[in-house]
Ligand binder design. Structure first.
Ligand code: AMP
Length: 224
C-alpha cells in the first residue's frame, strides 16, 4: 500500500497531539511532532535546543530554518524506519515552512496526501490548555488533563513514574501569545492547503474517540 503522508493541523490545544498518537498507532505511521522534537532538544541542551528554548518559553514560533532542518532529518529517518508513512503534528506552521515541505517532498517525488484541520472552538482550546499537564520526561511525553484524564496518582506519570508538570508555555500569559501566533502565522495555511485540494475540515469537539473516528473516515477516503 502507498505510504501515507498526513498533516494534522489546528490551533494549539485543538487536539493534534492526542489525535496524531491515535492515528499513528492505528495505522502504523511515524508520529512526527516538532513540538516534541524541540522539547527533547531543549531538555538535552543540544545546539538546536539552546537556540529554540527562549522562543518556546515565550510562546513564540521557533525560526523557520531551525524547524525545517529538524523536519528534514525526521522525514528522512522515518522513510527508513516506517515506510508506511507519517503524520506531521505541529508542522508546517508558517507559509515558508509549507513551501519548504513541498520542495523537500518534490525532490523525493512525493507530496502530502491529506491535511486534517481539527477545528476546535476557542473556549474549549483555552479550557484544554489550562488543564493540560505533561510528563516532565520528554522521552515519555504522556499528556494528561486535570479534569478529563488526571494521572492515577496526583502529580505522577502513569506511564513512567516521573513528575507530571504544567508546560511552561501552557501558562495563561503564554497561551495568549501562542494563539496569536497561530491566528497570524499559521491559520493562513488553511487557504494554501485548500487551494491544493488536500484539506479536510473536521470538528474538534466531542470525545477523543469521536474526533479520531472523523479523522479515520477522512483517511479512509484517500485513494478512493
Ligand atoms: P507544540 O507542542 O506543537 O504546541 O509546540 C510547542 C512550541 O514549539 C511552539 O509554541 C513553538 O515555540 C515550537 N514549535 C513547534 N513546532 C513549530 C513549528 N513548526 N514552527 C515554529 N515553532 C514550532
Amino acid at each position: 500500500m502507498a505510504a501515507k503522508r498526513i498533516v494534522l493541523f489546528g490551533a494549539p490545544g485543538a487536539g493534534k497531539g492526542t489525535q496524531a498518537q491515535w492515528l499513528c498507532d492505528a495505522l502504523d505511521l511515524a508520529h512526527l511532532s516538532t513540538g516534541d522534537m524541540l522539547r527533547a532538544a531543549v531538555a538535552n541542551k543540544t545546539g538546536i535546543g539552546l537556540k529554540a528554548k527562549s522562543f518556546m518559553e515565550g510562546g513564540k514560533l521557533v525560526p523557520d530554518d531551525i524547524v525545517v532542518g529538524v523536519v528534514v532529518e525526521a522525514i528522512a529517518h522515518s522513510a527508513k524506519t516506517t515506510p508506511s508513512g507519517y503524520a506531521l503534528d505541529g508542522f508546517p506552521r508558517t507559509l515558508p515552512q509549507a513551501e519548504a515541505l513541498r520542495e523537500m517532498l518534490a525532490k523525493r517525488n512525493e507530496n502530502i496526501n491529506l491535511v486534517v484541520l481539527i477545528n476546535t472552538p476557542e473556549q474549549l482550546i483555552l479550557d484544554r490548555l489550562t488543564q493540560r499537564r505533561s510528563c516532565s520526561d520528554p522521552k515519555c511525553g504522556a499528556v494528561y488533563n486535570l479534569k478529563s484524564k488526571p494521572p492515577r496518582n496526583e502529580g505522577v506519570c502513569d506511564v513512567c513514574g516521573n513528575p507530571v508538570v504544567q508546560r511552561t508555555d501552557d501558562k495563561p500569559e503564554t497561551i495568549k501569545t501562542r494563539l496569536q501566533a497561530y491566528r497570524r502565522e499559521t491559520e493562513p495555511l488553511v487557504g494554501y492547503y485548500k487551494k491544493a485540494c488536500v484539506l479536510v475540515d473536521i470538528p474538534g469537539d466531542g470525545s477523543v474517540y469521536e474526533v479520531a473516528g472523523r479523522i479515520l473516515e477522512a483517511v479512509a477516503k484517500l485513494g478512493h
